[in-house]
Design a protein around this ligand. Structure first.
Ligand code: SF4
Length: 233
């Protein structure tokens, strides 16, 4: 077993019962300005940003602006950027939606969603993360069966970065208790049975209290992830 693997194992044991704020503080102290948080302003991301605003307020915040987000998502982004004074970078794909349609045909997401996600999400994120050693995600083990083994810290082979999921052990209820206790804004689509919110062409409302918190994404397809998190799970 390599030293790095041993170190990650030790850290995961140490972090398993740690409060996320302490994990975030450790990440900021360890990686400094080489640390970035990647968020799509889902509930866990909101809690992450609020805690980071207290322990490491200058941390770079990367968000993928695919050009296909809901108006409610853009409104939330603006509100949190102002309220938490975020060091926010809106990462955009190299192709606009119109250019993508000209090159690959209209509504690529309906025909080749993996290719669409590669163009609009994974490639831009890969480029944006190039200048950082470590990134923070909002993955939680209770979100879906595919995420049930999410480690708190891992080495992400795809991006060759340290990947941190400080809220891996938290439940959806814990996240919402924190949001309400701190009177944080959230995406109003959650009140309309959208548990997970991505691009509008690939996101639907679900039956109330659906067990799979990723239900509603790429409905009718086997696809459950955009590709950003697949490699490390
Ligand atoms: S979620 Fe849908 S619209 Fe957004 S990048 Fe992926 S396939 Fe394209």
């Amino acid at each position: 077993m390599s030293q790095q693997t041993t170190d990650l194992s030790t850290l995961n044991t140490q972090f398993e019962n740690a409060y996320p704020q302490d994990i975030l503080r450790w990440a900021a102290e360890t990686h400094g300005d080489q640390l970035a948080v990647v968020t799509s302003f889902q509930p866990t991301g909101i809690v992450t940003l609020h805690m980071l605003s207290e322990v490491a307020p200058n941390t770079t915040v990367l968000t993928l602006d695919t050009g296909l987000l809901f108006p409610e998502t853009y409104a939330l982004m603006d509100e949190l950027e102002a309220r938490l004074n975020l060091n926010l970078i809106r990462v955009k794909p190299s192709l606009t939606v119109e250019q993508q349609a000209e090159i690959h045909g209209a509504e690529l997401w309906a025909r080749e969603p993996d290719q669409c996600c590669a163009i609009r999400k994974t490639a831009p994120l890969n480029e944006a993360l190039a200048g950082y050693d470590a990134w923070i995600t909002g993955l939680r083990r209770d979100q879906s069966s595919g995420r049930k083994s999410t480690p708190i810290v891992s080495l992400d082979g795809r991006y060759n970065k340290v990947k941190l999921s400080p809220f891996a052990t938290w439940t959806e209820d814990m996240i919402w208790i924190y949001i309400r206790a701190n009177e944080l804004p959230y995406n109003t689509l959650h009140d309309q049975n959208y548990p997970s919110i991505g691009c509008f062409p690939c996101t639907q409302a679900v039956v109330p209290n659906a067990a799979d918190k990723r239900a509603g994404r790429w409905v009718g397809r086997e696809k459950t992830e955009c590709g950003i998190h697949v490699a490390a799970l």
